[in-house]
Design a protein around this ligand. Structure first.
Ligand code: COA
Length: 201
């Protein structure tokens, strides 16, 4: 099945998703797939602010692509961060990076991540873990999402050690002070940051 990763809106296909949640007395057993037209499809949503996308995010994405049939990158339109890049810009930068993947789509969402995931028939949320410092926040987010949507699982993927200390904020900070950010972001993002900070050196 071919998916067009240049879609600006995901048309969540009207397919009767068959829930695979069963209960055997000692807990819910979740199958991380849904049946679409009798085919097993594992769809994951990778949510984030992506302001801007970094090599760390792309590293997580590459791992997710190897594990799931379909990965939807969900760019938060109303995350509680003040963003440097507009929602359209953040999506465009991501689309440039994923255009060669047939099973990756870039979309945006507002409201709860789990609601968006459900609309898309996703059964997994992907989150990247860099260091122990991420753990507390991610743990809280995952537990909250589990309460809100017991049928959706959060899967954590470890980032490569060379990206474990980078963050979008640190990259923006370095870029604003004319630091080199080549190693940490794709070249289109580097260019976009240089433009944002009016640096033409
Ligand atoms: N390598 C390097 N850096 C990484 C990384 C990786 N593999 N993965 C994440 N990061 C960095 C990002 O650059 C970012 O840095 P910043 O904080 O300096 O911007 C930070 O880690 C986390 O960013 P990101 O992965 O983009 O996620 P987020 O925390 O901004 O996204 C949402 C949060 C959108 C998922 C969350 O707010 C959300 O779900 N909102 C919707 C409402 C909702 O459902 N809330 C939960 C229930 S109440």
């Amino acid at each position: 099945m071919i998916y067009n990763c240049n879609l600006s809106v995901i048309y969540c296909r009207k397919i009767s998703f068959q829930s695979e949640l069963s209960y055997n007395g000692d807990g819910h057993h979740l199958n991380l797939y849904r049946l679409e037209e009798n085919k097993i499809v594992r769809t994951a949503v990778y949510p984030g602010t992506f302001d801007p996308v970094t090599n760390g995010h792309l590293d997580i994405l590459h791992r997710a692509v190897a594990l799931f049939d379909r990965v939807i990158i969900a760019v938060a339109s109303d995350s509680n961060k003040d963003t440097l890049f507009s929602l359209a810009e953040r999506q465009e930068l991501l689309r440039d990076e994923v255009k060669d993947f047939k099973n990756v789509e870039v979309s945006s969402f507002s409201g709860l991540t789990v609601d968006f995931a459900r609309q898309c028939g996703a059964v997994v949320l992907i989150r990247g873990l860099r260091a122990m410092t991420d753990f507390e926040y991610e743990f809280q987010l995952a537990l909250m999402n589990k309460k809100l949507a017991p049928d959706i699982e959060t899967v954590f993927l470890m980032t490569k050690s060379e990206y474990s200390f980078i963050s979008s904020s640190a990259i923006k900070w370095a870029a604003s002070l004319k630091g080199s950010i080549k190693e940490f972001v794709p070249s289109n993002v580097e260019k976009a940051l240089i433009q944002k900070y009016n640096r033409y050196d």
